[in-house]
Design a protein around this ligand. Structure first.
Ligand code: EPZ
Length: 421
């Protein structure tokens, strides 16, 4: 099992090129099931989760090929199966996004209930509620969800989510594209990745309005065409490297990114005392060698502070010159990184009531630690980069799920990291 060895104590400095967004390319790959025509997805990051989704699509009979370092070609002709394999779904919750498109195109779909993961139970009740509202019948057996569309196909309907859900909104939006009539989704998720998926569906000929607001309207179509589409830059990868720059008192410039989707993170980064330079496709933070100031963080649905950047910012607060609190409102157990940060010398109390209190320390000290989930693993990378001495992070397959070429990008920024097999 690979480990990442980090020699800390040096400020990061330089430019990092941002990859395509993991949380956009995954639903977009699922949306390819909605058409028999070829689809080209550009700026598709080379990640474990993308490879997993490709294997799931192939299990249905799709052709999926990486024709360039950042380009995927997908074509889903006739289905040889409409059942998502358990051994793949159990490793990646996003696999559940295939349910809506499969059901809408082929009239039936089967997927194992995605298990929980380190950050929470992660139910899918809202996904099922939405698809049943379009007329699907649901049968649960042996840990599988089997859904069947009515004989004439799915029928548009009004659906109100009990709480905003990114995946639920995406699953339902995709299914509604081939349902007959109009579907209105209320209390929809407003995340930029939902907007990017809507843009992709529009490029396929779908009729969608309201994406990015909590009211999305989809007018169903008979069929959708292929598309040639550029995935949005990864806003969470952008936030991650900027936070790493601030935590190490450095100067980091994220290139090929979009500041529009990161207002809340940039507000918090400015509060550390870092100087921000924001352009059309770059964001730079310059600490001028100063130790970051602590910043209270409370995650919430977009446009609030993204839960996917919480663990990273917590690591920054561990070395800030004062006290702070970090509150997680989206997932019930997204503090698995706390115990590992404490091993590096962080002073953190909690979690209690989904909050932790951090007392920043002048210096962390390297130690062996273990990654527990994707974003927690980068929290440990940031702490290791800021610490004196050597940090060895185990189970870094978590990082490879969502961060493309992580050691190459850190080396370019002056990070002293190496992958240990
Ligand atoms: C997406 O997960 C992202 N993953 C997550 O990123 C991200 O943290 C999350 O949205 C929130 O922004 C992908 O896009 C692949 P949700 P998703 O449905 O869709 C509860 C990362 O690190 N809920 O918006 O699974 C759920 O338990 C990953 O890149 C229900 O109760 O998130 C959670 O508490 C981690 N019932 C909350 O809603 C449901 O039917 C938000 O979940 C669905 C969700």
């Amino acid at each position: 099992m690979d480990k990442l060895e980090i020699e800390g104590g040096r400020a990061l400095a330089g430019e990092v090129r941002i990859s395509g967004a993991k949380n956009s390319v995954l639903p977009i790959m699922a949306a390819c099931l909605l058409t028999a025509e070829p689809v080209r997805i550009r700026r598709a990051p080379d990640l474990r989760d993308v490879a997993t989704m490709a294997r799931i699509l192939r299990a249905f009979g799709a052709e999926v090929e990486r024709t360039a370092s950042d380009t995927l070609e997908v074509q889903m002709g006739q289905a040889c199966s409409v059942s998502a394999p358990y051994d793949l779904v159990k490793t990646m919750r996003a696999s559940f996004f295939v349910l809506g498109p499969l059901l809408a195109r082929f009239g039936e779909a089967e997927a194992p209930l995605p298990g929980g993961c380190a950050i929470g139970t992660r139910p899918v009740d809202q996904h099922l509620k939405g698809l049943e509202a379009l007329g699907a019948t649901l049968d649960l057996h042996d840990g599988y969800v089997c859904m069947t569309a009515p004989p004439g196909g799915l029928v548009g309907s009004d659906v109100r989510f009990d709480r905003p859900t990114v995946g639920g909104t995406e699953n339902l939006m995709m299914a509604a594209c081939l349902a007959s009539g109009t579907t209105r989704i209320s209390n929809a998720a407003r995340e930029p990745e939902v907007i990017d998926l809507a843009k992709f569906l529009l490029a396929m000929g779908a009729s969608i309005r309201g994406q990015g607001t909590d009211q999305i309207t989809v007018q169903g179509a008979e069929r959708l065409s292929g598309a040639d589409f550029f995935v949005m830059p990864d806003r969470i990868e952008t936030a991650t490297y900027l936070i790493a720059g601030a935590a190490t008192r450095g100067r980091v410039r994220a290139c090929g990114t979009d500041a529009g989707s990161l207002a809340s993170v940039l507000h918090s980064l400015a509060a550390t005392g870092g100087e921000l330079d924001v352009g059309d496709s770059h964001i730079e933070i310059n600490m001028r060698g100063r130790r970051p100031r602590p910043v209270d963080i409370r995650t919430s649905e977009h446009p609030g502070f993204p839960t996917d950047a919480q663990a990273q910012f917590l690591a920054l607060n561990c070395v800030a010159d004062g006290a702070s609190t970090v509150e997680e409102t989206i997932f019930e157990n997204r503090f698995m990184h706390v115990a590992e940060l404490v091993r590096l010398g962080a002073v953190i109390s909690g979690p209690r009531d989904n909050s932790v209190h951090v007392q920043g320390v002048p210096q962390l000290h390297g130690a062996p630690v273990m990654a527990t989930d994707l974003r927690a693993s980068f929290s440990l990378v940031i702490a290791g980069l800021a610490a004196e001495g050597t940090t060895l992070i185990d189970r870094i397959y978590h990082i490879d799920r969502g961060y493309e070429a992580v050691e190459d990008k850190l080396l370019v920024l002056g990070g002293r990291v190496r992958r240990v097999h």
